[in-house]
Design a protein around this ligand. Structure first.
Ligand code: ZN
Length: 159
């Protein structure tokens, strides 16, 4: 886990942002002001948030999940729009490529077993259906310019 977190932090730097792991108290204090426009807290994964403008991803260290962080990274680096206007399905292939890039795809897949991805329950879908969806999403991400031909994760152009 720590190795993967370290690799994700390096990738965030490379893409022009930053991953910060902080304490529960720091996280709570940051999220404290009601209606804080700077931070978007992950609605389903607690203890994870992004500052989209500053390309910052934060997670409370004790509760950090690889899936949660990779997803929040997608908001910051793969989506041209802020989290309130995002189209997450467009960058699912990017998330998968990031998981493969840092070597934690198996953990990513297990971590998503209870989630609905595309039109299927990820944990119950056959290997063949997963494979088809992954291919489809990776091609979309390459078309959108957020994955290189070699599946290296890139940062999206913001307008
Ligand atoms: Zn999201």
């Amino acid at each position: 886990m720590r190795l993967y977190l370290a690799r994700l932090a390096v990738l965030c730097k490379k893409l022009g942002g930053e991953l910060r792991l902080i304490s529960d108290a720091e996280f709570t204090a940051l999220m404290e002001p009601e209606d804080n426009p700077e931070w978007d807290e992950a609605p389903f994964t607690r203890w994870h948030a992004v500052n989209w403008k500053q390309r910052l991803i934060i997670a409370a260290e004790k509760h950090a999940s690889l899936n949660g962080i990779i997803h929040e990274m997608g908001h910051v680096f793969a989506d041209p729009m802020p989290p309130t206007a995002s189209n997450e399905f467009d960058w699912l292939g990017w998330e998968i490529a990031v998981a493969k890039y840092v070597g934690c795809y198996r953990q990513w897949s297990t971590g998503n077993k209870d989630y609905c991805i595309g039109d299927m329950n990820w944990g119950e879908a056959s290997a063949r259906r997963k494979h088809e969806l992954i291919l489809d999403r990776i091609v979309e991400a390459q078309d959108d310019g957020i994955l290189s031909a070699q599946l290296r994760p890139l940062a999206v152009q913001r307008y």
